[in-house]
Ligand binder design. Structure first.
Ligand code: IMP
Ligand code: MG
Length: 178
């Protein structure tokens, strides 16, 4: 299995480009069906979700809008438990069908802090689409509507996910060798 080194750590290949894209197509088909005749507003959470957001958005055949916000809770390979917002929402959510796009739901802290801010704005519905989910790491209970992969509680890298800023450009997803 090909390994890569980023900063001081070694990673194994975990999910191939094809596996990732197959799951994204499946999620897009579900969204195309569930939101037929509607015009959902996707809110992609930066930085990590930019690749997933872009590939998912390209597979949509319904009318859809997208905007971006920036939330961060990770430093190195650990969650800090603090969610920092550095780019806020600049679009009205009133009466909108909102679909949040996340790269990975780990403890659930980021989304459980962000969801009330969205609910306060009176959208008509809120759904969550995440490429990756670590069920064993979840501390803040959340209902996830669209999940690409449920994975073990190990640190992942690539396809938008970083380790201290590096690795986001990788086309596959890698897992930390412990
Ligand atoms: P949560 O708030 O603990 O659910 O963490 C969510 C955020 O932490 C994600 O959007 C990622 O940016 C980051 N994160 C969680 N797990 C990983 C990982 O395995 N690799 C890289 N980033 C991660
Ligand atoms: Mg993220």
């Amino acid at each position: 299995m090909p390994q890569i080194k980023v900063h001081d750590k070694t990673f194994d290949t975990f999910l191939s480009e094809l596996e990732i894209h197959n799951q994204i197509k499946r999620i897009a088909q579900e969204i195309n069906k569930d939101f037929a005749g509607k015009r959902p507003l996707f809110i992609a959470i930066l930085n990590g979700s930019f690749m997933f957001a872009s590939d998912l958005f390209k597979e949509l055949t319904i009318e859809a809008e997208v905007c971006f916000i920036k939330l961060a809770s990770y430093k190195g390979i650990k969650s800090t438990g603090q969610v920092v917002t550095s780019i806020g929402l600049d679009v009205s959510l009133k009466g909108r069908d909102v679909i949040i796009i996340e790269d990975i739901v780990d403890t659930g802290k980021t989304l459980s802090e962000f969801l009330p801010q969205i609910e306060n704005q009176g959208p008509s519905s809120i759904k969550i689409a995440t490429l990756l989910h670590k069920p064993e790491a979840l501390i803040f209970p959340l209902h996830l509507d669209y999940i690409g992969f449920s994975v073990a509680n190990k640190f992942l890298l690539g396809y938008g996910l970083d380790y201290d800023g590096l690795g986001r450009n990788l086309k596959e997803i890698f897992q930390l060798v412990e």
